[in-house]
Design a protein around this ligand. Structure first.
Ligand code: NAG
Ligand code: NAG
Length: 392
């Protein structure tokens, strides 16, 4: 029986059991096979096992508009650290920038403003001119988040500003008595954390903007905060200057403490970044040089996995691909490290600058690029670019 007499879905199923080498060979046999072996469904199983292909552990696809076959090829470049480094922007004096990425638009905070930049691939070059500006803070922006409709920023001036992304409307209010170090927003709920040692909950609904729903005294400066994907809880990361764990989970409705994560943090092990990968899995990093992976279904006293930054430098930020890859930004020489969760040692390391005290304040990535914001420049690593490779 000829292969092509099979019903298409059976053919796809058979092909999905092949490894990538066999698929590549098959694709060279004839046009028809090339067509069949190019389909995403054939590559899913392979892609799920590799880093940063966009296939998440739950089986979702982050980049359905790009052929999975191509993403599998680019994934090799991530594993091998094969990429081109580019300096997209430089500025003076030193700042504490923050980033958000929304498809082909990059949002970057510089001092009191946030600019939006096109990362259009067609022209092949980064456009240095920002096409939108979000302002209103009297002091530097500490962090900001995006929703489909809004950009919400937290500033050193204690303000929280809610900007509409597509028009010029914005609403602002004083959120805290001191600088607002961190903010998150999901499902119409805003949580903020501050140097004033409180976390607060707000709503995005227009007629109640600026009305604080809850204030939680944490007795410790709050540096990072994240709302769980289910919105029923959120987690706070604090400076760890008091005798309690710096990671605590709260109920969003009643603001009661749900659990404390970890037990043996040393004093000063402040948490600088937190991300949820699923409603019960999260990653944290901070001053004690560790990345920790927590699974709330298993146990909250101990993390399920941890990775230590080998250069004894604090970790300022982390990102993941929702599956095996973690990217971390450390406090010296602009070191960005890639980790495969299945390995204890780092996978790749990139030193973005030669100046010593040069933290990577924020990282963002998609299937082809990694963006890193340092004190005086914005860098990109392009894992699809041919030519000179980044110095490692
Ligand atoms: C990642 O961003 C670049 C822009 O810098 C864009 O050209 C590319 O298509 C994006 N990739 C994905 C997978 O979204
Ligand atoms: C991988 O990197 C090489 C150069 O380092 C580049 O030529 C190639 O296009 C990249 N492959 C993919 C699929 O992005």
């Amino acid at each position: 029986m000829c292969l092509f007499q099979l019903p298409e879905d059976v053919l796809y199923l058979i092909l999905s059991y092949l490894d990538s080498k066999s698929l590549c060979r098959l694709s060279q046999v004839c046009r028809k096979l090339y067509h069949f072996t190019s389909r995403d469904s054939v590559w899913r199983k392979i892609a799920k096992d590799l880093i940063n292909t966009g296939i998440t552990r739950q089986g979702g696809d982050l980049y359905p508009h790009i052929l999975l076959k191509d993403r599998v090829r680019t994934s090799q470049n991530w594993s091998q650290g094969s990429c081109r480094k580019e300096t997209l922007l430089k500025w003076k004096p030193n700042l504490l920038p923050w980033l958000q990425l929304d498809r082909d638009v990059l949002y970057l905070s510089q001092a009191a403003d946030i600019g939006a930049y096109h990362l259009s691939a067609e022209r092949g070059r980064f456009q240095h001119r920002r096409f939108a500006l979000f302002s209103g803070h009297q002091e530097d922006v500490c962090r900001f988040v995006l929703t489909d409709t809004h950009l919400i920023s937290a500033g050193g001036d204690g303000k929280i500003i809610i900007h509409h992304r597509r028009d010029d409307i914005s609403m602002e209010f004083y959120g805290h008595n001191q600088e607002v170090n961190c903010i998150d927003c999901k499902g119409g709920l805003i949580v903020s954390g501050s140097r004033d040692r409180t976390a607060r909950i707000w709503t995005l609904s227009p007629n109640r903007v600026g009305e604080c729903l809850h204030t939680i005294p944490l007795f410790d400066r709050v540096w990072s905060i994240a709302i769980s994907p289910t919105i029923s809880t959120f987690v706070t990361g604090t400076a760890c200057c008091v005798n309690s764990t710096p990671l605590r989970i709260w109920d969003t409705e009643r603001c009661q403490l749900v659990s404390c994560l970890g037990a043996d943090f040393r004093r000063g092990a402040g948490v600088l970044d937190i991300i949820y990968e699923s409603p019960f899995q999260l990653l944290t990093c901070g001053y004690d040089t560790y990345i920790r992976y927590w699974d709330l279904r298993v146990c909250s006293r101990k993390c399920v996995m941890e990775w230590e930054e080998p250069h004894d430098s604090a970790l300022y930020c982390i990102q993941t691909d929702g599956n095996h890859l973690i990217a971390s930004g450390s406090s010296y020489y602009g070191v960005v490290r890639l980790w495969d969760k299945r390995q204890t040692r780092g996978l790749q390391m990139f030193q973005l600058t030669s100046s010593t005290s040069s933290p990577v304040y924020c990282l963002r990535l998609n299937a082809s690029h990694l963006y890193a914001a340092l004190a005086s420049a914005l860098y990109s690593l392009d894992f699809t670019a041919p030519g000179p490779r980044a110095r490692r």
